[in-house]
Design a protein around this ligand. Structure first.
Ligand code: MRU
Length: 337
């Protein structure tokens, strides 16, 4: 189940990622250093909250691996930390991963530099392995939410291409499908990057799971016509009170779900919970370049000179969410994460 790796990191430190902008076509890109890694995250060659954390952790290692002494190591570590954090602001997994690398270096400063570098490399692999395990645990925990064969709507891509494992929301769907608990999946195409139609549909087709791609704006009529039993989405950051930041459009889905009495579930690893924030009222929501809305693959989708506003994420308030599923279990309202 879900055996497509969005990257490889070899014994010789070759770091090769699938360029997700071209999926379902497979194109690979080699990341040689910190700059390449930052560019890959910023330009969304790789994307998905857990995956950008994992890629950042490997990029951090590339940035420090040639340090000759502690001064060089500390300097390279600071540059890696600052540059990686500046790539994309909303998903907390990135911050969590680079902080883990930075702390590891600080806490082991008494060791020879080569040993610290080895630990940083191992930590990147550890973060990757933990995510794969968390995906499975989430999928198992979520099974209690399936009381019949479900018709599920999902948004964006939360599968192997977003985590390196089976995925979060999509991992749950894949696992439930294996137990014959999935009737059909409605896949939001997720404009403008089309994570749904290009990536989620690709993963579902590989798993032979019934799916239909729908336009993002069809969610209302699908719920009105009672075609959806539940919605399962991922998250980029979750506050202590259960507010969830996720791909733009999630908030509209949650509002409509409440109106139509459709269950609304969020799946994410514990590393997506930002316990430093009580709520997400003041969250820094990434605004991406409007050209990503106005053009697709070099084709103009609007007249010359058209302006666009591209919020990449939105915030769904806790009161619209029925359950938050993590590897530890299921949180229900009132959320106290
Ligand atoms: O802009 P993206 O593609 O990085 O956004 C991804 C999402 O919003 C996902 O739903 C979220 O990261 C969860 S991925 C398991």
């Amino acid at each position: 189940m879900g055996g497509y790796s969005p990257f490889i990191f070899t014994d010789n430190d070759e770091f090769i990622v699938i360029d997700q902008r071209f999926l379902p076509q497979i194109k690979k890109v080699k990341l040689e250093n910190l700059n390449d890694t930052c560019m890959a995250i910023k330009d969304m060659i790789v994307r998905g909250a857990p995956l950008i954390g994992i890629v950042a952790a490997f990029g951090y290692y590339l940035a420090i691996k040639n340090a000759k002494d502690l001064d060089e190591l500390n300097q390279a570590s600071l540059t890696a930390y600052t540059n990686l954090l500046a790539t994309r602001p909303t998903a907390v997994n990135l911050k969590w991963a680079v902080e883990s690398q930075k702390k590891l270096i600080e806490q082991n400063a008494f060791l020879p530099v080569e040993k610290i570098i080895k630990k940083v490399r191992a930590n990147a692999f550890g973060i990757f392995e933990d995510q794969k395990k968390a995906d499975y645990e989430m999928a198992k925990n979520a099974l209690v939410l399936f009381d019949k064969k479900m018709r599920i709507l999902t948004h964006c891509n939360t599968g192997s291409f977003a985590t390196g494992g089976i995925g979060t929301a999509l991992g749950i769907i894949k696992y439930a499908a294996q137990q014959n608990l999935v009737e059909e999946v409605y896949v939001d195409e997720t404009r403008p990057y089309f994570q749904g139609s290009r990536i989620t549909a690709f993963e579902l087709s590989k798993e032979n799971i019934n799916y239909k791609i729908v336009t993002d704006s069809a969610c209302g009529i699908l719920m009105q016509k009672k075609l959806i039993d539940c919605i399962i989405v991922g998250a980029d950051r979750i506050a202590k009170n259960g507010d969830v930041a996720n791909k733009v459009g999630t908030y509209c889905l949650a509002q409509l779900a409440k109106l139509h009495n459709v269950k609304f579930f969020v799946a994410a690893p514990e590393s997506t919970i930002d316990r430093s924030l009580n709520n997400l009222s003041d969250l820094d929501i990434e605004i991406r370049d409007s050209s990503e809305i106005l053009n697709f693959n070099g084709v103009n989708l609007a007249p010359d000179g058209a302006k666009a506003l591209y919020f990449a994420f939105d915030v769904t308030p806790n009161y619209l969410i029925d359950s938050i599923i993590t590897e530890k279990g299921i949180y229900r309202p009132d959320f106290e994460l």
